[in-house]
Structure formats: structure tokens, C-alpha cells
Design a protein around this ligand. Structure first.
Ligand SMILES: Cc1cc2nc3c(=O)[nH]c(=O)nc-3n(C[C@H](O)[C@H](O)[C@H](O)COP(=O)(O)OP(=O)(O)OC[C@H]3O[C@@H](n4cnc5c(N)ncnc54)[C@H](O)[C@@H]3O)c2cc1C
Length: 425
């Protein structure tokens, strides 16, 4: 078994697999370490923004993506209590991908990881990263095989953290204590729901928010977050019910629109839960690891931008790692060169994502509180441009990667040469 790599990536979610594919296409040897077996369900609203669709397609999964994903999401609704306000989504500039589409994470993540494997990425799965020492240019990573519980050591010159935000890496500082305001996250799939085709409702209720979407094969995904203290109250009133069942009962009761959609629906499998979520920016840890996806930073999922930010951040990092001079020799420049790459990547990451993280925070907090949500509803009713503008400000239709760079990859003019000599837009 090979144990020395140009790059080791922790986590095969959308961020990790995207980076693995891009680096492998440029001729790098890549280890991708993922602790869960795929396909697996994951707590997520599963809506993919139009800003990410061309990037995912260019990786080489266009056919599967366009055939498997649910219908174009052309309209969205804000639902709270008895109220529903519907609006059109703004259209993205790329005529092939004007609107968001939804795809189950069991399908999307498996597609990407398998494609990475086909391109020569060595996929260690189910394997967990249990130790990481060293630094840029010379990382030593201990990886435990979760089937046989044997640990092996892998070495890499570049290490990329793409492990999401649910779990910490062995090298991360301890997480903060539990708080009543923690947001716990839930997801379930339903059949027989009456969600109008092409509509994406955002659900607002006291202490949380959520969303509903039609994914592949007419399955409706319902996902959302709820404060820990609110959930505790619900659970005390519903002894014996799971946390997810309490969440569903609350949704049906507090949000008339959601109740109507789910009226005749049957749930497929149990609710899955995770959390708490950790919205915020974690990019500038001084440990020499490159961070992408949720490991770098996370917007409140109310704006449904996490997959897109994961994919875009992987592209941004790989453009820096591979730009100008992609020869593997460059890697031997080690610490100094990697610091330079990190600085450039961080600057671009902040420019692209900090505004939407802040906007998502404001929107999430408003929609969780009675007064804030009343204001949102009033604005949405009186000013038809309010929701579409919010969606634009959330970055849903703006891609961080220049179309010329996407096209260059899609045309397969890339192997072993500088992939991205152009500057980032
Ligand atoms: C309720 C909710 C709804 C959401 N809805 C949407 C939506 O509609 N649209 C959207 O775009 N985003 C949505 N998101 C956000 C989205 O799910 C995340 O932003 C996205 O999954 C981040 O991708 P990632 O690749 O960074 O991390 P992840 O998808 O979390 O992948 C990380 C991977 O790393 C693995 N891992 C972790 N630790 C280790 C380790 N030590 N060793 C090996 N492997 C490890 C994990 O098993 C996992 O597979 C939602 C989130 C929530 C909570």
C-alpha cells in the first residue's frame, strides 16, 4: 500500500472530494481519508446552488448530476405560522445552470468520492484520522481503519482539513461547552408530500428554522435546526418520542405551510440528527493545515449555501496550489511556499464568503425570533424584491471561479500542466 502522498485530505464530503479530484487531475498523488462508509445519509437540506452546479459538473459528474437531481428550483417561499410569501429566485448567469437543484447527500457524496477514486485518488474508507503531527512539507498522519481497527501512518507534503464541522480533528482545540442556545440539526425524507414542483420553502419558527425540497425520485427532504432549550421543552411534553419526531410535530403545528405539505406524506426511515452546528470562521488556525468547506467556515444553513461554499472553497484553494507552476517540485518548497499559498487563499476566501456568513447570521437570528420574523414577513409582503435580493446577497448565483477556469477544466486541457495561470476573479 502506498503511504507517501503529495496531499492528504481529511473528509470526503463535497469539499474534500472536490479538492481530491482537482489535485488528482493535475497529477498529484492524493490520499482521501473518510471515516464513514458511503452511501450514507447526512443531515443537510440537499439544495445545491447554481453557483456550484457548473463546478461540480466540470469535475466530471455532469451526466449523473443532471439526471439524478430534482427539478429546477425556480421559486422560494418564506413560511411562518399561518403566513406564506412566495417569490421568484433570481437566475444565475450560466444558461445551463440557472437555478438550484437538490440531490440526496447519499448520492452526491458517493458520486464525488467514487469519481475521485476512478481518477487515482487513494480512498481510505472507512478510516478515521486519529493523529496528525509535523507541518507543511512533512506531515505524518495516523489513520485508523474502522473495519479492522488497525492504524497505519501516511505521509504527505500538503494536508487539507475537509472534515466538516460536526467533529474536531485530533489537533483542534477543545470545543466550547454545551449551551441552551446551541442549534441542533435534523433531517428526514418523505414520500407523498405535496410540495409544489420547483418551490423551495424556508420555514421560520420560534427557536429555529428549516427548509423543504424535492430531491431525486420525488423524495422530499425536510431539514432544519432547533435550539437545544426549545427541544428540551418539546421532549418533556412528548415522552418516548425521538428528538426528530418532536421536531416534526412542532413543524406541523407551528408552520401551517409545512403542515399542509406533509399532511399525506409518509416518512422514509427515521429522522437523523446532528449538532450543534458551529457557524463562523475557522480559517486562520495557525497549524499549517489548509481548511476548506465547513472546516474553514460555515454560514447558518438557512441560506442553503454550505455545499456551494464547500465546493467553491476547494476550487479556490486548488487554484492557488496549482496556479502558475503546478510541477510537483513546487511542493518541495514546503513551509514558506505553503504559507504564501495560505495567505492568498485566505484573502480570497474572506472576500468571497465573509459577507454571506454575516448575512446568513442576521437572517437566521431574525427568523428564529417572533419580532424578527414578523419584520422579515412584512418586508417580503410589501417589497417583492426583498427575498430575491436577499438570495443574491447570499451569493446564490455568484460563482467565485471565473467561467474560463471552469471551462479549462471541463475541456480536459489540464493534465500535469499549470491548470490555472489566470488570476482569481
Ligand atoms: C440542517 C442543515 C441543512 C442544510 N442544508 C443545506 C442546503 O440545503 N444546501 C447546502 O448547500 N448546504 C446545506 N447545509 C450545509 C451543508 O450540509 C454543509 O455545509 C456541507 O456538508 C459542508 O461540506 P464539507 O465537505 O465541508 O463537510 P461535510 O459534508 O460535513 O463532510 C465532512 C466529512 O468528513 C468526515 N470526517 C470528519 N472527521 C473525520 C476524521 N477524523 N477522519 C476521517 N473523516 C472525517 C465526515 O465523516 C464527513 O463525511 C445544511 C446543513 C444543515 C445542518
Amino acid at each position: 500500500m502506498r503511504t507517501n502522498f503529495d496531499a492528504l485530505i481529511v473528509g470526503a464530503g463535497p469539499a474534500g472530494s472536490t479538492a481530491a479530484i482537482l489535485l488528482a487531475l493535475a497529477g498529484w498523488s492524493v490520499a482521501l481519508v473518510e471515516k464513514q462508509s458511503f452511501p450514507r445519509r447526512k443531515v443537510c437540506g440537499e439544495c445545491i446552488s447554481p453557483s456550484a452546479l457548473p463546478l461540480l459538473s466540470a469535475l466530471g459528474i455532469e451526466h449523473e448530476l443532471t439526471h439524478a437531481a430534482g427539478p429546477n428550483l425556480q421559486r422560494f417561499a418564506l413560511m411562518r405560522g399561518p403566513d406564506t410569501v412566495v417569490s421568484d429566485f433570481p437566475q444565475a448567469p450560466d444558461s445551463a445552470y440557472r437555478w438550484s437543484r437538490a440531490l440526496g447527500r447519499e448520492t452526491l457524496d458517493t458520486l464525488l468520492a467514487e469519481h475521485a477514486r476512478e481518477l487515482g485518488v487513494q480512498l481510505f474508507q472507512p478510516c478515521s484520522l486519529v493523529g496528525i503531527v509535523g507541518g507543511p512539507g512533512a506531515w505524518r498522519c495516523d489513520v485508523r481503519d474502522l473495519n479492522v481497527f488497525a492504524t497505519s501512518t501516511l505521509r504527505a507534503r500538503v494536508a487539507i482539513a475537509a472534515h466538516g464541522s460536526w467533529e474536531a480533528l485530533p489537533s483542534d482545540p477543545p470545543r466550547r461547552q454545551r449551551r441552551p442556545s446551541d442549534l441542533l440539526a435534523f433531517k428526514a425524507n418523505f414520500t407523498g408530500a405535496s410540495l409544489e414542483e420547483g418551490l423551495l420553502p424556508v420555514l421560520s419558527f420560534d427557536g429555529g428554522y428549516g427548509g423543504m425540497v424535492v430531491t431525486e425520485r420525488d423524495v422530499t427532504t425536510v431539514a432544519g435546526c432547533l435550539r437545544r432549550d426549545k427541544l428540551d421543552v418539546l421532549r418533556r411534553g412528548k415522552l418516548g418520542a425521538s428528538a426528530g419526531e418532536c421536531f416534526e410535530a412542532m413543524l406541523r403545528q407551528q408552520c401551517a405551510g409545512a403542515g399542509e405539505v406533509l399532511d399525506k406524506a409518509s416518512r422514509q426511515g427515521p429522522w437523523i440528527g446532528a449538532g450543534p452546528i458551529y457557524p463562523g470562521i475557522r480559517l486562520s488556525a495557525e497549524d499549517g493545515l489548509f481548511r476548506i468547506g465547513n472546516a474553514a467556515g460555515e454560514a447558518h444553513p438557512i441560506i442553503g449555501e454550505g455545499i456551494s461554499m464547500a465546493v467553491q472553497s476547494a476550487w479556490l484553494l486548488c487554484m492557488q496550489l496549482l496556479g502558475e507552476d503546478a510541477s510537483p517540485d513546487r511542493l518541495s518548497r514546503g513551509r514558506t511556499w505553503q504559507r504564501l499559498v495560505a495567505r492568498r487563499y485566505e484573502r480570497e476566501w474572506r472576500r468571497q464568503f465573509v459577507p454571506r456568513i454575516r448575512l446568513a447570521c442576521a437572517f437566521a437570528h431574525a427568523s428564529m425570533h417572533p419580532r424578527g420574523s414578523a419584520l422579515l414577513l412584512a418586508l417580503a409582503k410589501r417589497w417583492p424584491g426583498f427575498l430575491p435580493s436577499g438570495s443574491r446577497w447570499a451569493g446564490k448565483i455568484r460563482c467565485a471561479i471565473h467561467p474560463a477556469d471552469v471551462a479549462r477544466l471541463a475541456q480536459h486541457h489540464f493534465a500535469h500542466v499549470a491548470l490555472w495561470p489566470t488570476s482569481i476573479p
